[in-house]
Design a protein. Structure first.
Ligand SMILES: [Zn+2]
Length: 228
């Protein structure tokens, strides 16, 4: 079973990926993590990747595909793979399909976690971090005991540059432009399932699990109506 997770920054995708991989014994394949590990290890691949990153360029598709293929070669004893952060473009999606085909596999389900823009902005721009211990806080959801001060270090919390509202808006616009063709690609294959990510983590998890359970039972996705 191969499942793909798509969602904007702030959609809570990481949390869902973590829980789903444990519940269904799916091996997480996150290209971001793998590339970062390679850079830290200073492997041949890592050195190449770091070169692109330093120049502020995207890592080319060829390298990404090699990374994913290599990662899948390991096998894992799990039931399948949960892809996170890859593919990002339609070109990558086609090449992934080809790669899976060679292995006699295919993508089973693609979950698109949708969250409204005001909610994403609230979630991300409300984040605060302690510059000393790096603990994360949120002005609405995870408040420090004393306003804007770290509970442990007592020093003022800061907002990361990336989390500022104007920057978040730009990130979301870029995300939509990049992702739209990808969603269309999977929608055409009837693999795309839109998930309402505005609700609580638990509810989102329940919805996704229901689709996976149904897929495991019936071998294909069932209609939304049956799950409601
Ligand atoms: Zn602190």
């Amino acid at each position: 079973m191969v499942i793909l997770m798509i969602g904007p920054p702030g959609a809570g995708k990481g949390t869902q990926v973590e829980r789903l991989s444990r519940r269904y014994c799916l091996d997480k394949v996150g290209t971001g993590d793998i590339l970062r590990q390679e850079v830290v290890k200073k492997s041949e691949l890592g050195v190449k990747v770091e070169g692109y990153m330093k120049k502020g360029q995207l890592v080319p598709d060829d390298i990404i595909i090699d990374v994913v293929a290599g990662r899948m070669e390991w096998g894992s004893g799990c039931r399948g793979y949960l892809l996170d952060g890859f593919p990002r473009t339609q070109e990558q999606a086609q090449r992934l399909d080809h790669l899976l085909q060679e292995r006699g596999e295919k993508i089973d389900l693609v979950f698109n976690i949708e969250v409204s823009e005001p909610e994403l902005i609230r979630r991300i721009s409300g984040r605060r971090i302690c510059t000393k211990c790096f603990r994360l806080y949120h002005i609405d959801y995870l408040k420090p005991q004393v306003d804007e001060l770290c509970d442990y270090c007592g020093i003022p919390l800061i907002q990361r540059e990336d989390d500022r509202e104007e920057v978040v808006r730009k990130r979301l616009t870029l995300y939509r432009e990049e992702t739209e063709p990808l969603l269309e690609y999977y929608r055409c294959q009837s693999k795309l399932i839109d998930i309402n990510g505005n609700s609580h983590t638990e509810e989102v998890f329940r919805q996704i699990s229901a689709y996976i359970d149904s897929h495991l039972t019936h071998g294909s996705r069932s209609k939304k109506a049956e799950l409601k």
